[in-house]
Design a protein around this ligand. Structure first.
Ligand code: 5AD
Ligand code: SF4
Length: 449
């Protein structure tokens, strides 16, 4: 058997990341794998011997952006012919060897479950051999790998608790590019969080495409649910803030809400993507709930976790969406009174069920107009949500220095709202009580009390 020496003491790697928090966390796993093989992670692209771009496929414009970046890297390659470019993540998985068609553009293509192969693929690429590994796995969770924290604030970190997705929403590319759902061994999650606590971190966000379906069965047949895991993590340290994302309305259980209510350090914020307010559209999307059921979940949150904030994702202009459907989305938004929302125009993704079986029949100008109405309404709802905080005192975890003034710091409330305040004697990583005095469109303004 020949073994390839994958240690590389000299190569400098620059990693650029697009997409969701999960992808950012994956880049940290990649950084960990590469540094273990002697690579150096650099933050200046000009220094790099290797550029890795971790990509997103969720909407067409996410992919367009990456193609634009690859063009820029092509220019860098002209200046420095030894420079290697790798495409990682969801676009690598979706487009596979198509990304290698243009000889001068990309050297390696690596899907989300194949990052352990990166050192070998890079070594081959250094020797002129283009490489690809886009095998999806039923087991890979990178559970033994301690991510290298690339976002260096030292306060807040992401921890992946599962990978993949089994939901099969008809519009969504994720199950195809990230494979089947698998949960990570809870012991390794707890260990990773404990390491973060030991190195001074004050907040963790547990990540999964659908955290409510987290499910681990250990050797003795004992099951660990998401509520159990949440409790295990919250109990590690009462001063550690615990967040999680993303919840699915069809699976969000009262048990999870009761666990949140029981532990002060589990933050009072739920991201609960609704996608549409119309039961007919929800059915076409294969979301697994009706408008009524979604409302029932919101009522459960309000009952069990009063004072909790709620955010959402909304898609405007899905196949066959009528003005009546759209109005139902607007009314539901008002009914919930979301604190925050991510809002998108429907973008057909190749090979999804919607692309194969449905017509992308809402005209572009109608999609744009509906999205604008949704964004405008959310603007008003976010404003109300912030105005309601004026006069109240919140515990804020200090995360950084305000961009506008070095005399001001910023942090977030348990409800995930950003607050800016004069620093006084506080520093990054502290908990401070801040009275909200005013709000702008994006932030709360306050003073330490
Ligand atoms: N078009 C537009 N938005 C989409 N999302 C997922 N797939 C699509 C698509 N094809 C949105 C959903 C999801 C968020 C992460 O991205 O709202 O919750
Ligand atoms: Fe994340 Fe989905 Fe984009 Fe992949 S396609 S990076 S899972 S948002």
């Amino acid at each position: 058997m020949t073994t390839i020496n994958t240690d590389n003491a000299n190569s400098k790697v620059f990693i650029e990341t697009y997409g969701c928090q999960m992808n950012f966390n994956d880049s940290e796993v990649v950084a960990s794998i590469l540094t273990a093989h002697g690579y150096l992670i650099v933050s200046d692209i000009e220094e790099a011997d290797v550029i890795l771009v971790n990509t997103c496929s969720i909407r067409e414009n996410a992919e367009t952006r990456v193609w634009g970046r690859l063009d820029v890297f092509r220019q860098l390659k002209k200046k420095k012919p030894s420079l290697l470019v790798g495409v990682l993540g969801c676009m690598a998985e979706r487009l596979k060897d198509k990304l290698l068609e243009d000889e001068k553009l990309v050297d390696i293509v690596v899907g989300p479950d194949a990052y352990r192969e990166l050192p070998i693929l890079l070594r081959s690429a250094e020797e002129g051999q283009k490489g690809i590994n886009v095998l999806l796995s039923r087991e890979e969770t990178y559970s033994d790998i301690s991510p290298v924290r690339l976002d260096k604030n030292g306060v807040s970190a992401f921890v992946s608790i599962m990978r993949g997705c089994n939901n099969m929403c008809t519009y969504c590319v994720v199950p195809y590019v990230r494979g089947a759902e698998r949960s990570r061994n809870p012991e390794t999650i707890v260990r990773e969080v404990q390491e973060l606590i030991d190195s001074g971190y004050k907040e963790v966000t547990l990540l999964g495409q659908n955290v409510d379906s987290y499910n681990w069965v250990d050797g003795t047949g004992e099951r660990v649910s998401f509520a159990d895991l949440l409790e295990m993590v919250a109990k590690l340290d009462s001063r550690l803030r615990v967040r999680f994302s993303t919840s699915h309305p069809k699976d969000l259980s009262d048990e999870v809400l009761f666990t949140m209510a029981m532990y002060e350090n589990i933050c009072n914020h739920i991201h609960l993507p609704v996608q549409s307010g119309s039961t007919r559209v929800l059915e076409l999307m294969n979301r697994g709930y009706t408008q009524e059921y979604y409302k029932n979940r919101i009522e459960a949150i309000r009952r069990i976790l009063p004072g909790s904030s709620i955010s959402t994702d909304i898609i405007a202009g899905f196949c066959t969406e009528t003005e009546v459907d759209h109005d139902q989305t607007l009314s539901l938004m008002k009914w919930v009174g979301y604190d925050f929302a991510f809002m998108f125009k429907y973008s057909e993704r190749p090979n999804t069920k919607a692309a194969r079986k449905m017509q992308d029949d809402v005209p572009e100008d109608v999609k744009t107009r509906r999205l604008t109405e949704i964004i405008e309404l959310q603007g008003k709802l976010s404003e109300v949500s912030k105005r309601n905080d004026v006069g109240k005192v919140f515990e804020v975890l200090v995360e950084g220095v305000s961009k506008k003034s070095v005399d001001h710091l910023y942090g977030r409330t348990s409800q995930n709202k950003v607050v800016v305040f004069p620093r006084e004697y506080s520093k990054i990583g502290d908990y401070v009580n801040v009275e909200v005095k005013d709000s702008t469109s994006a932030t709360l303004l306050g003073v330490i009390v």
